[in-house]
Design a protein around this ligand. Sequence first.
Ligand code: PFF
Length: 446
Amino acid sequence: MNETLERWSTRRAFILAVTGAAVGLGNIWRFPYITGENGGAAFLLLYVAFVLLLGLPVMMAEIMIGRAGRRSPVQSLGHLAAGAGASRHWRWLGLFGAFTVFCILSFYSVVSGWSIEFLIASVNGDFVGATPAEIGAGFEAFLADPRRMTFNHTLFLAMTMLVVAAGVAKGLERLNNLLMPMLYLLLVLLAGYAATTEGFVPALAWLFMPDVSAVTPLVVMHAMGHAFFTLAVGACALMAYGAYMPDHQSLPRAAGAVAVLDVTVALLAGIAIFSVVFAQGMDPGEGPGLMFVTLPIAFAQLPWGALWLSVFFLLLLLATWTSSINLAEPMVATLQGIGLKRGHAAAVVGVAVWLVGLLTVLSFSSLAEWRPLFGMNAFELVSTIPPEIFLPLGGLLIAIFAAWVMPEAAARGALGVGPGGFALWRGLVRWVAIPLTLVVLVAGLV
Ligand code: PFF
């Protein structure tokens, strides 16, 4: 065991760190627009079911492996596989995870950069008195300007890699302590405001009254992918954090708390956003711009709207910051594992992600019609295939490793549960999570 490895200083710090990884663009930006594109309530129901049946047990598996290995994901997997008498090739799973987060971070950083742009605009009072049409047009104009987008992408990635270079635990704890409660509170207020608008009831109906006919294998696959994405599961990123988890903390309780926080943040954001959509007669399937257009409209109608909006984008930015730090961690840990200094590893990862991120930037202007695969442009590819195929595939392999390959004693010790709890968890992983992921992936792909 690596005795010098940092540990999160308190139990709360670990939960907050994992919540910081989980809560981000996935909840506030991606969840509403994906739900909008996939028909509303039926999608939401599937997504919640997947969080409970797959996301949660596999999240526990992933953190457990990290805590048992106490190394970078690649090294932990190799070490634990050797200890179990299994193939060393399990190490490749750690590399696959690093590749997955690489793809995700490339678009995540660009979209987080949009928050920087919107934060500055709202501090400037640009949205004060603007009509919905003007807000929509302003967003379109921003997307068409690759220079502004590149600037924000660069700034955001630099912010991320600086914290990563400084070492995760030190950089993160204090930030998370403050950020999550504030973000939550603001979303509660926003949803409370939404309840006073005429869009509220249609939004609730649309979000919670499922239309079963809207469900296709592809919708099911989108819902499963989003469950993995929102919980940050399947890319060995939480495995990297698990390596820092204190020995005596209850893993199931921590994972459960994170899942509840994560889903409720998404629901609050969804209620706020769709109330605006229905009050304004907008299209729920508007796509990636949904949040960036609806929330300025909502806040524009509130007293002190510009101030609230600025606070919101600040909190969103901080939330995406903690997620992107988590996204970068497996890559940096992997490079560290082959002997690079932490700072150098962070620099290499930062430059590589920055370059690939430019493809996403240009997907909204000059490369919009460049569709190299499956009829999708670069942004559509990186924001669809890694979350919806790579994460479930990674999660599947993590689950197989945890529940079939690791010896019971090692797994149970790192999970920190009694025999009954262990049997329940392992039964859920073996007989529900693994087959379900497999079936949905195959059905979706076919
Ligand atoms: N869970 C993050 C979000 O919802 O924004 C995104 C994410 C982080 C996905 C880390 C995957 C990951 F490994």
